[in-house]
Write a protein that binds this ligand. Structure first.
Ligand SMILES: [Cu+2]
Length: 264
């Protein structure tokens, strides 16, 4: 029974053409998508069948005189209850536990790749804590076009911070914590392969996290229509490296002193 269920689910996934999956919690997201589609297929078939039945059953040749009493059985009520029950099961036993398991339980920053991402029209600014593992303190009063993160130029912790644009390096099988914000309008950070989406909101820093399971380069999309160049935010990439590749890349970076660098 379990095997039949699994192969049915995998068959549906194939039929839907699900995109590449490269994160740990992603399979649960895909399962939810499949269950919702099953329900929708059942509703589609049910409604369509009912429509065809009505065309036939209530055709005027069969009903020359209108019947003012209408339907007297309760079949539709029972069907409605069944549909509501299925929806409740999906919500209470799949969607809510998934949220509790993957969104509410934040990984330990010490065991994770922590990255700050600030979206702007139309790019992604990326910042790593550097060798010391500590981000320099930030204040919005320090924000300029050269210092999008508002890093305090006097804070020693910020001296070795690495700033980059449009490419986020992370390590495979290690939790990733992204602290997300925006410089101008509402953007949305979406990496389909990781099955994550989070709005980037000016004045707020929102955390999202996931565990990448496959090395490779995955596109970042902006999932909120944020202006004329919205589509060009797809120049952003998430690169999932091995620890070795990541360390090599990190040592090749030159820290950008706060306020002194430019990425143009
Ligand atoms: Cu955007």
């Amino acid at each position: 029974m379990g095997n039949l269920f699994d192969s049915l689910r995998q068959g549906t996934e194939k039929l839907l053409g699900m995109p590449v999956l490269a994160s740990k919690h992603g399979q649960d997201v895909d399962n939810l998508i499949v269950y919702v589609h099953w329900l929708m297929i059942a509703l589609f078939v049910g409604w369509f069948g009912y429509f065809v039945y009505v065309l036939f059953r209530f055709h005027r040749t069969r009903n020359p005189k209108a019947d003012y009493l209408g339907v007297r059985n309760h079949a539709s009520n029972y069907i409605e209850i069944v549909v509501a029950l299925v929806e409740a099961v999906i919500l209470l036993f799949v969607a809510v536990p998934l949220w509790a398991k993957t969104v509410d339980q934040s990984p330990d920053p010490k065991q994770s790749t922590v990255v700050q991402v600030v979206a702007q029209q139309f790019a992604w600014n990326v910042r790593y804590p550097g060798k010391d593992g500590e981000f320099g303190t930030q204040d919005m009063n320090f924000v300029t076009s050269e210092n999008p993160f508002g890093v305090d130029p006097k804070d020693g912790n910020g001296k070795d911070d690495i700033v980059d644009m449009n490419r986020i390096h992370v390590v495979v099988d290690k939790p990733v914590i992204i602290r997300l914000s925006s410089k101008d309008v509402i953007h949305s950070f979406k990496v389909i392969a990781m099955r994550v989406t989070q709005d980037a909101i000016p004045g707020m820093r929102v955390q999202l996290h996931f565990i990448p399971t496959k090395t490779g380069v995955y596109q970042i999309n902006c999932a909120q229509l944020c202006g004329e160049g919205h589509a060009s935010m797809a120049v952003g990439y998430l690169e999932v490296d091995t620890q070795e590749q990541f360390d090599k890349w990190m040592t090749a970076q030159t820290p950008v002193p706060a306020g002194g660098g430019s990425f143009e």
